[in-house]
Design a protein around this ligand. Structure first.
Ligand code: BGC
Length: 766
């Protein structure tokens, strides 16, 4: 960030320097933790310091990790351990560190507690669909308590990567395409895990993957990202900065090359932006094996060069690759890395260990773990959050909500009764060995209990879903691939579907993707419903019976046909442990759906990357002639960002500004009235969008700058208020290379999705 030098547009710009915000920030650790850390650091040898920068695997992983870390821990060569989900083993290794290593420094245990431990919450993309940050905060508070009860004090969450391309498998781990919604969800997760400040009751977060990972070319996981600084600042970095300002203690560097410099060796990211501009006080860990990969990228000549480049870029901790362990001490001895650089890398790790209370309480009471993980309040919360996260995409002729009057129900689809898929990816128990102890409720199970003995349910699952190329985790854990069905088997399933649906009063199809089809190393080139689900769905619709499609998936899929032929479509994402119950709560109207899409839903994969906050082009899409569009497919999404239906209807009116002319340093209040015009209570999300008409750079056609989810009784009106001020109006200009509010005219819209038409104008003067 530039300082107060004279800049070309300085007269127009009220520059806002992040460093000012950084100075105002509360310290991450207390002066006492800082003092104790410094005192300890003075006693440490170079080898012991390097030890603190090493995060070792707690498990043997053939091909990746050859041995358990016991000996290294005893020698003080391990600062952190990851991938352990066994509490007794965690205590055993902690005893080695505390009892046998010279300085008795406890280990910080880490794992990917992404959306719960034994109680698995909906995947993050689903929770973002709630458009309710309190949902994320509550879920992650619960997940953090569970993690701590199991001995894990550091979670590799939240993933705040902006994803504008649904082919990218990890879209399900984040909050979707929007920096404003993403920032709100990022903050909520930091507060959920860490609380408002870091302390003994906190679960340390890791904000990942810093930065630009979601822009991998072609949506292929790990592929290079090319992102100009204007987009880094205005889009990709925003949720990271929000998480940092919320007090995040750790960041994780991403795998990919960012503009040809791997994120793990990227000094601009790790030092200039994160520490100098933002004033980050915590530490940065690499992604798994990413320091060693600097060589694979063709960025480092050998492992020593990789260690050198990573530490000089500002990377504190090496996850799993042992590159620091094998090279750093020598680099210090040779004078290539100064001891001051080493100390700077170690100090925040020690200080955070003190701040978390690890030195005072290194062990976890494993007699209490199960009682915490099994508490029923967690499941009740999960059910509520799952239902709150669902998005109703279509509901013709009030197909939903259902009554229990149907006597013959056909349930079809491979996900209707799959306990392996309903919780989605990144479930901790059961990963890398150990029993999975959650007991997910499937949609079929809950339908059976809702309808009881009065109805007959016929279940046609169809063939089990399988990937063409195996999933990384399946490969690691030795899960066998299911062979694709033969033509005869396919025909048999279609016949069974025909018979069951012809005979039914109601068809409920539960379809989408297997959990292993989204997540890491799970990018895909086609968005079609995998397997023979599309044929099964078309067979069901051909029966003429009412069909309800419940989707379980981690990304938008090609449901263009369904959007025209299936009367009701409910997006349930991967809804978690109580998922089946939550789906039924919505299907039967106990809960009125109020979720909204956090991503633009493409009609076909050729539209990707697709996002609503693009710039206006030379030929905007509503012109009749040379529009910037494809000639063979609609250019608009199937469902726009922010879209979602309800069992009631809402009207937005009376959009007004407290001041329609403000100075660049001032703010205005925006109000809009939301009325429930239907006959049942329901939730509306009031969404606020702006567009700056002219300035030193073109601005997006629309950008979200406020939202609030409200519950309204039939006939009730509520006034929702937002503020438009510096935080909402400023942008990073590629011309001034600074943040600022530029005077000019701003369109303001409010409504129920990103196509909201109710609008007014705000004028900003110098
Ligand atoms: C993933 C990270 C994860 C880490 C540790 C990596 O493969 O990219 O998101 O936190 O593994 O499990």
């Amino acid at each position: 960030m530039q300082n107060g030098k004279l800049m070309p547009f300085a007269a127009l710009v009220t520059a806002t320097l992040f460093s000012i915000a950084a100075q105002a920030q509360n310290p991450l650790v207390s002066p006492e933790s800082q003092r104790r850390a410094k005192e300890l650091l003075r006693k440490m040898t170079v080898d012991e310091k390097v030890g603190q920068l090493n995060q070792s695997s707690g498990i043997v992983m053939p091909g990746f990790v050859d041995q358990k870390p016991d000996d290294m821990i005893a020698k003080g060569e391990v600062g952190s351990i990851l991938w352990l989900n066994n509490t007794k083993e965690i205590n055993r290794l902690q005893h080695i560190a505390v009892d046998q290593s010279r300085l008795h420094i406890p280990i910080l245990f880490a794992f990917d507690v992404i959306h719960g431990w034994r109680t698995v919450f909906p995947v993050p993309l689903a929770m973002a669909s709630s458009w309710d940050p309190s949902v994320e905060e509550a879920a992650q508070k619960e997940a953090g308590e569970d993690a701590r009860a199991a001995g894990i004090r550091w979670t590799f969450t939240p993933m705040v990567d902006i994803a504008r391309d649904s082919r990218w498998g990890r879209i399900m781990e984040g909050a979707g395409e929007d920096p404003y919604l993403g920032s709100a969800m990022a903050r909520a997760q930091v507060y959920g895990f860490q609380g408002k400040s870091l302390g003994p009751d906190s679960e340390l977060v890791s904000v990942k993957h810093f930065a630009g990972y979601g822009a991998a070319e072609g949506g292929r996981d790990y592929d290079s990202s090319y992102i100009p600084e204007v987009l880094m600042q205005n889009v990709y970095l925003k949720p990271f900065h929000a998480a940092e300002q919320a007090g995040a203690g750790n960041f994780m560097s991403a795998y990919m090359d960012l503009n040809d410099v791997p994120a793990t060796g990227n000094r601009w990211l790790l030092t200039d932006v994160l520490r100098k501009d933002w004033g980050f006080q915590g530490f940065v860990v690499s992604d798994a094996f990413a320091v060693a990969s600097l060589q694979v990228h063709g960025f480092a000549a050998d492992p020593a060069d990789a260690a050198l480049k990573a530490i000089n870029a500002g990377l504190n901790m090496d996850m799993a690759s042992l590159t620091y362990t094998h090279n750093l001490a020598k680099l210090v001895a040779e004078g290539k890395v100064s001891e001051a650089t080493l100390d700077k890398a170690v100090l925040p790790i020690l200080a955070i260990k003190y701040q978390l209370g690890l030195f005072d309480h290194p062990y976890v009471d494993d007699t209490k773990t199960d009682a915490v993980l099994d508490r029923p309040e967690g499941l009740a919360l999960e059910r509520k959050i799952a239902a709150r996260s669902m998005v109703l995409l279509r509901n013709e002729n009030h197909t939903l909500p259902l009554t229990t009057s149907a006597k013959k129900i056909a349930v079809i689809g491979p996900l209707a009764d799959s306990i392996h898929d309903i919780e989605g990816g990144w479930t901790v128990e059961g990963l890398f060995g150990g029993p999975a102890k959650s007991h997910p409720v499937t949609v079929l199970a809950t339908l059976k209990s809702r309808y009881g003995a009065n109805a007959e349910i016929t279940f046609v699952p169809g063939p089990q879903l399988s990937r063409v190329f195996p999933s990384m985790l399946d490969a690691l854990t030795g899960v066998k691939q299911v062979p694709p069905p033969t033509e005869a088997e396919k025909a048999d399933w279609i016949n069974k579907t025909k018979a069951a649906t012809a005979d039914a009063d109601l068809v409920i199809a539960v379809m989408g993707e297997a959990a292993s089809m989204s997540g890491e190393a799970a990018s895909q080139a086609s968005m079609a419903l995998p397997g023979i689900q599309q044929e099964m769905l078309e067979t069901a619709v051909a029966s003429g019976k009412p069909v309800v499609l419940v989707l379980e998936n981690g990304r938008p899929l090609d449901i263009t046909w369904a959007s025209e032929h299936v009367p009701a479509i409910l997006e349930a994402w991967y809804p978690g442990t109580e998922g089946g119950n939550a789906v039924a709560d919505v299907l039967f109207g106990d809960v009125n759906p109020g979720g909204k899409l956090p991503v633009s839903w493409a009609r076909s994969v050729g539209q990707e990357p697709l996002y609503y906050n693009h710039n206006l082009t030379h030929e905007p899409e509503d012109r009749p002639t040379f529009t910037s569009r494809y000639w063979d497919v609609e250019s608009k999404p199937l469902y726009v960002f922010g879209y979602g239906l309800s069992y009631t209807s809402f009207n937005f009116s009376n959009l007004r500004l407290s001041h329609d002319h403000i100075r660049a340093s001032e703010s205005t209040e925006v109000s809009v009235d939301v009325t429930n015009t239907g006959s049942v209570a329901g939730d509306a999300v009031a969404e606020l969008y702006i567009h700056q008409r002219a300035g030193s750079a073109s601005r997006p056609v629309r950008q979200l700058e406020g939202f609030e989810r409200v519950t309204l009784k039939p006939g009730e009106t509520q006034t929702v208020k937002f503020t438009l001020g510096k935080d909402e109006l400023e942008f990073w200009s590629p011309q001034t290379k600074a943040w600022g509010v530029e005077p000019g005219a701003f369109d303001v819209w409010a409504g129920g999705d990103s196509k909201a038409s109710l609008n007014t104008l705000l004028t900003v003067t110098q």
